[in-house]
Design a protein around this ligand. Structure first.
Ligand code: FES
Ligand SMILES: [Fe+2]
Length: 402
C-alpha cells in the first residue's frame, strides 16, 4: 500500500506503538501539499471535529460561523433549541451566506470574514436567497419563472452533531461512529470538573499560524519540554511529574497529567492559581494539570482554577487556524475583579507562548530540511507515539480504500 510521496504503510508503522520503539513520522507529513490533501480526507473527512461550545449560542437563532478543513459551516441554535451544524455554502451559486461584504479597498480581496451573531433567518448577501434556522430555503427572489424550481427541494447541507461535555462536534462522514463512547476514559478523569457547565470567555482565533497543525498538537500535549524550554517558568509542574493514559484501540482521546509541586499552581509569574479552585475538585486534582486531545481538533487543559480549549484547524500544509479561550465556572466569572484577574492570567500564559510559538515555527523549518530526523522519544513525550499511532491508523484506513 502506497501513500503520497511513496510513503508506505510499513514506513508509517515505525512511528506507531509505544515510545520505547517508535520514531517520528516521516518529515514530509509536516509540509508536503500532496500529503496535506490526502490527510484532509483521511483524518478531517471522517473524524469528529469540534466547532464550538454550546454556551456560545444559548438562545434560538444564535449562531457561530466556523471553517473546518476548508469548509465554511454554521453552528446554530435551531427553533427547537437543538444545535444544528450546516454548510454555509449557498445552494444558489456558492456564496458563503454568513460572509461579510462590507469591506474596504484594503481588505476586499482577503479571505472572507464569516460573521457570528443572532438571527431569525440567514439571507445570502449575493442574491438574497433566504434560509430558515434549519437550513430550509424559504425565499428566492424572481425564481417563479424558472420552470420546475421548488424551494422545498433546496436546503443547506446538514451535518451530524454530537455534544460532549458542552463541546459541539460535527463530522463530514454522516455514517461516523458515535464519539462519546470513545471518550469514556477521559470522561472518568474529568468527572469532578463539571466541564459541561463551564463558560467560555472571549475566544480568539489566529487565522494564519505558520506551522503544520500536528506541530501545534505535539507541542501542547508533550511534557518533556516543560522543564527544558520553559525552565524557570514551569518549575511548579516539572516534566518529572508527567503521566499519560494508555489509549485502547478505538479511543479518540489522548491525555495526561502533570503533577504540580504544590496544590493550586498557575501559569503566571506567581505560579499560583489566580481564581478559586474549580468547585468539586479534590486536593489531588488541584495538584495537577490535565492536558487532553480529542483528536484531531480539540485540545484542552485543566488546572486548579480554570480550564482552556484550543481548536486546531489546518488551512494548508504548513498553516493552521488556532482558536483559544479560557473556560470558567459561572461563579468565578461573577467575581467582582474577574476582568482584571483574567488579564493577569492571559499575560501569564503569554510567557509560555513566547517560547512555544517560536519553537513551533522553527520546528516547521527543520521538518522541511533534508536533514530532518525521524527521531526517538523520551518517556515524558510518550503521548507523541500515541498520537502517531492514532494518525497512522487513519492514514492506513484511507490508503486501504484507494
Ligand atoms: S449565491 Fe446565494 S443567493 Fe445567489
Ligand atoms: Fe510549552
Amino acid at each position: 500500500m502506497v501513500l503520497p510521496l511513496g510513503i508506505t504503510v510499513d514506513s508509517l508503522f515505525k512511528s506507531s506503538g509505544s515510545f520505547t520503539k517508535a520514531v517520528g513520522l516521516p518529515p514530509a507529513v509536516y509540509s508536503d501539499p500532496e500529503f496535506h490533501r490526502f490527510e484532509m480526507d483521511a483524518v478531517f473527512g471522517a473524524d469528529w471535529l469540534c466547532v464550538g461550545r454550546q454556551e456560545q449560542i444559548p438562545g434560538v437563532g444564535d449562531y457561530l460561523s466556523v471553517t473546518r478543513a476548508g469548509e465554511p459551516l454554521i453552528v446554530v441554535r435551531s427553533k427547537d433549541e437543538s444545535i444544528r451544524v450546516m454548510s454555509a455554502v449557498c445552494q444558489h451559486r456558492a456564496m458563503c451566506i454568513t460572509a461579510s461584504v462590507d469591506r474596504t479597498d484594503d481588505n476586499m480581496l482577503d479571505p472572507p470574514d464569516l460573521e457570528s451573531g443572532t438571527t431569525r433567518q440567514f439571507r445570502c448577501p449575493y442574491h438574497y436567497w433566504v434560509y430558515d434556522l434549519d437550513g430550509q430555503l424559504i425565499g428566492a427572489p424572481e425564481m417563479s419563472k424558472t420552470p420546475g424550481f421548488d424551494m422545498a427541494d433546496v436546503q443547506l447541507p446538514s451535518l451530524p452533531v454530537e455534544i460532549w461535555n458542552g463541546f459541539v462536534f460535527t463530522n463530514f462522514d454522516s455514517d461516523a461512529e458515535p464519539l462519546a463512547p470513545r471518550l469514556a476514559k477521559l470522561d472518568a478523569v474529568l468527572a469532578n470538573y463539571a466541564v459541561e457547565s463551564l463558560v467560555t470567555v472571549d475566544p480568539v482565533t489566529i487565522p494564519d499560524v505558520p506551522f503544520n497543525w500536528k506541530i501545534m498538537i505535539e507541542n501542547f500535549m508533550e511534557m518533556y519540554h516543560n522543564s527544558r524550554l520553559h525552565q524557570g517558568i514551569h518549575d511548579f509542574a516539572p516534566s518529572s511529574g508527567a503521566w499519560y493514559s494508555d489509549p485502547d484501540p478505538g479511543d479518540v482521546a489522548m491525555f495526561g497529567c502533570n503533577e504540580t509541586v504544590e496544590p493550586d499552581g498557575g501559569f503566571n509569574p506567581t505560579f499560583k492559581a489566580l481564581f478559586p479552585p474549580l468547585p468539586g475538585t479534590t486536593l489531588e486534582e488541584r495538584q495537577r494539570v490535565v492536558f487532553a486531545l480529542v483528536a484531531p481538533s480539540l485540545l484542552m487543559g485543566f488546572q486548579s482554577d480554570s480550564a482552556f480549549w484550543f481548536y486546531v484547524d489546518p488551512t494548508g500544509p504548513t498553516t493552521h487556524a488556532l482558536s483559544m479561550a479560557y473556560i470558567f465556572p459561572a461563579s468565578t466569572i461573577d467575581l467582582p475583579d474577574f476582568g482584571d484577574t483574567l488579564e493577569e492570567a492571559i499575560a501569564g500564559v503569554s510567557n509560555f507562548n513566547r517560547q512555544d510559538m517560536p519553537t513551533n515555527v522553527s520546528v516547521q523549518l527543520g521538518m522541511q530540511s533534508r536533514f530532518a530526523p525521524r527521531g526517538r522519544y523520551a518517556w515524558q513525550e510518550g503521548v507523541l507515539a500515541q498520537f502517531n499511532t492514532w494518525l497512522v491508523s487513519r492514514y492506513e484506513a484511507a490508503a486501504a480504500m484507494e
